[in-house]
Design a protein around this ligand. Structure first.
Ligand code: NAD
Ligand code: UDP
Length: 389
């Protein structure tokens, strides 16, 4: 299946097998990227993370056809002297490690800033000093709020794409005040992007920066009380999945008026693989990776997920499936929000010829089928236990 000899890059040149140091490989995106690399390429992965639950199926049994191409290293990059050696052993480093759930940004701002900026510094430094290529994961959140959000609500300019489409090389980064600690994450990500860009300009670091726009799919985050803390607040896909599985109302923060574009993880992983295998086209670039065709308000997302979950589970939806909750109650003091996130696709299209494929309906249907199959049994058990006691 790896067919190393016949695989060619976008310019028709044969692809040489490489070794990839993947930091944060045990997370949502990392698990899908490892899966892709194992099943469709000849590359080797040194998988670094503090957890490996989401890639267990790739690490065991050792009769997997790719068993000699993936190696797990349990380590925390905050304090582990093995990091530089592993980067040196590899041709390419991909850094995914981060605290990246909004519930943490305003409640654990120090951990958020350390994780997204300070802890990423040695990775950048080791890559630069050892002339190793780096693909660093940033976020669409570096754009912050749209220019249009500052116009009067009735301004016709709000409908003009020039005021809301997010372009890598042109849009400004607009964050709220310092008390709005939500922006601690975006600001840390922005500064590490600037540092990487400067390493490229001054020291010749070969880098690619990825800005994911709400990638979603199976294995994202956790279901509170099942495979994560019962008080934990994951990102919206897992929050809504959790409520649907428990037959509870979906909570709409501040009315659910914010808009997002969601992309299927499998489409997004195709883009990352193109970056890995086409360094001449990807180096020195910052890429939006999202699906501009899949825009909804959070309220529309809730309605769509409710309808699809009912279809895949065969259980009727609640009469009133959603409930409004203030951001202060849901996330605490210091929360703020991005109003709208539509990625411009010009640069990734030009450099890598990539386009997203999967509609929002289809990606929610396959993801909710997975959620139901994976969690419905365990949820029923915990719910019957808590009503019995
Ligand atoms: P995730 O939380 O599932 O994965 C991050 C992984 O990094 C986790 O497995 C975690 O254990 C690991 N990690 C964190 N700190 C570490 C440390 N000090 N040492 C070792 N491992 C550590 O998140 P994800 O959705 O897979 O996101 C990956 C990257 O993409 C992050 O940088 C995130 O900011 C970025 N991103 C993702 C999205 C998205 O839509 N999923 C959107 C914007 C940005
Ligand atoms: N949200 C919501 N209910 C929830 C979880 C999230 O209304 O239970 C909203 C959140 O306020 C934001 C959007 O959904 O407007 C997306 O949140 P997510 O956590 O996925 O991250 P973001 O896109 O803001 O980075």
């Amino acid at each position: 299946a790896t067919g190393g000899a016949s695989r060619v890059d976008l310019d028709g040149k044969p692809i040489r097998p490489i070794t990839i140091c993947m930091i944060g490989a045990g997370g949502f995106i990392g698990s899908h990227l490892c899966e892709k690399l194992m099943s469709e390429t000849p590359h080797k992965v040194l998988a670094l993370d503090v957890y490996n639950d989401k890639i267990k199926h790739l690490l065991e049994p050792d009769t997997n056809p790719w068993a000699d191409r993936i190696q797990f290293h349990r380590l925390n990059i905050k304090h582990d002297s093995r990091l530089e050696g592993l980067i040196k052993m590899s041709d390419l480093t991909i850094n995914l490690a981060a605290i990246c759930t909004p519930a943490d940004y305003n409640t654990r701002p120090l951990d958020t800033i350390y994780s997204n900026f300070i802890d990423a510094l040695p990775v950048v430094k080791y890559c630069s000093e050892n002339n190793k290529r780096l693909i660093h994961f940033s976020t669409c959140e570096v754009y912050g709020k749209t220019v249009g959000s500052f116009l009067p609500t009735d301004s016709p300019l709000r409908l003009d794409p020039a005021y809301y489409i997010l372009k890598e090389d042109a849009s400004p980064c607009i964050f709220g005040s310092i008390e709005k600690q939500r922006w601690s994450y975006a600001c840390a990500k922005q500064l590490i992007e600037r540092l990487i860009y400067a390493e490229g300009a001054e020291n010749g670091l070969q880098f690619t920066i990825v800005r994911p726009f709400n990638w979603i799919g199976p294995r994202m985050d956790f279901i509170p009380g099942i495979d994560g803390p019962s008080e934990g607040v994951p990102r919206v896909l897992a929050c809504f999945s959790n409520s649907l599985l428990r037959h509870e109302q979906l909570k709409l923060v501040d009315g659910g008026q914010s808009q997002r574009t969601f992309i299927y993880i499998k489409d997004a992983i195709e883009a990352v693989l193109l970056m890995i295998e086409n360094p001449d086209r990807a180096n020195g670039h910052i890429f939006n990776v999202g699906n501009p065709n899949n825009e909804v308000t959070v309220r529309q997302l809730a309605e769509m997920m409710t309808e699809i979950y009912s279809k895949v589970s065969g259980e009727p939806p609640l009469d009133v499936p959603t409930v409004d909750v203030s951001s202060k109650v849901f996330y605490g003091e210091g929360y703020d929000d991005s109003d709208k996130r539509i990625p411009d696709m010009t640069i990734i299209n030009r450099q890598l010829g990539w386009n997203p494929k999967t509609s929002l309906w289809d990606l929610l249907e396959s993801t909710l089928t997975y959620q139901h199959r994976t969690y419905a049994g365990a949820i029923k058990q915990t719910m019957s236990k808590s009503t019995a006691s």
